[in-house]
Design a protein around this ligand. Structure first.
Ligand code: GTP
Ligand code: MG
Length: 254
């Protein structure tokens, strides 16, 4: 799979009409993130000149949704049912042609949004932020080693090298999101990388910075880690079976 360390300018241009931030929705699940949401939404506003739409699917019992609305986000209320249930709803709510996911915990670099958009404009279907490229020192050791293991497991089962399967920051062309049925909850982030890759969409990983989390984690590293590993195995095996039964579906876009 493509992996590139070039800066934002190197995303280049596809030659045809390019997407701008007017075409971008930044979406996230939010669950009691009042320590971070103000900063995250201010960063999106500053970096995109207020042009990207923001969608929060919220299950909070704190002030998160009020802060989000004050900052101009579109807030969808949903009772808390896990990461993937919220993020799937967040991905499917807007109708702009480019959708970017992030966590609402101030870990992901909104400063790199222009770079993600450049790579989409260069013709990639999915642009995935690789937190491990620069070492992810801010990540707890257990999570970091777990993430190396998830990437190794997924690479082995896919037969293609990936470096960060559970990152929360990616950009997608909308048709990728709409063309695939998403089934996973805690493991949705891995599924969002694996299914497009195994169906031949053009997926690129780019290195991203990763900061320490603001506020409390919503992920239990043991039960969550087990759920993610199970999703990786399930999704890879399903996609391998799909390739065997529908060989024409392979390499759809390349
Ligand atoms: N609406 C909603 N959002 C959720 C739910 N679970 C997690 N989230 C949000 O999904 C994002 C990811 O959750 P995190 O707690 O950051 O999980 P993580 O990134 O695996 O763990 P950290 O490394 O601690 O950040 C955050 O913005 C959460 O607020 C849920 O059940 N409902
Ligand atoms: Mg997080």
């Amino acid at each position: 799979m493509d992996r590139d360390v070039a800066d934002a300018d190197s995303g280049g241009s596809s030659g045809s009409a390019e997407y701008t931030f007017d075409d971008v929705s930044v979406v996230m699940g939010t669950y009691n993130e009042e320590a971070a949401i103000g900063t995250v939404l201010d960063d999106v506003e500053r970096v995109t000149g207020g042009r990207a739409e923001v969608v929060c699917v919220d299950g909070s019992s704190d002030r998160t949704p009020e802060i989000a609305r004050e900052k101009g986000a579109h807030v969808v209320e949903q009772k808390p049912q896990g990461y993937g249930v919220a993020v799937r709803e967040a991905l499917l709510t807007p109708d702009r042609p480019v959708v970017v996911t992030t966590d609402c915990d101030d870990t992901y670099p909104m400063e790199q949004l222009p770079e993600f958009l450049d790579w989409i404009n260069a013709g990639h279907d999915v642009v995935s932020g690789d937190r491990l490229y620069w070492g992810a020192e801010a990540m707890p050791d257990l999570n970091r080693w777990g993430n190396y293991a998830f990437a190794g497991l997924a690479s082995l089962l896919m037969g293609e090298l990936v470096h960060d399967t559970t990152t929360g920051m990616r950009a997608y062309r909308r048709d990728v999101i709409e063309d695939i049925d998403w089934t996973e909850n805690t493991g949705l982030s891995a599924e969002l990388l694996i299914r497009p890759l195994m169906r031949g969409y053009d997926v690129r990983e780019i290195p991203i910075e990763y900061d320490e989390r603001a506020g409390e984690t919503k992920l239990n590293p043991f039960t969550g880690g087990f759920a993610i590993a199970k999703s990786i195995v399930t999704v890879c095996l399903e996609e391998r079976r799909r390739r065997t039964s529908e060989p024409q579906a392979r390499r759809r876009r390349r």
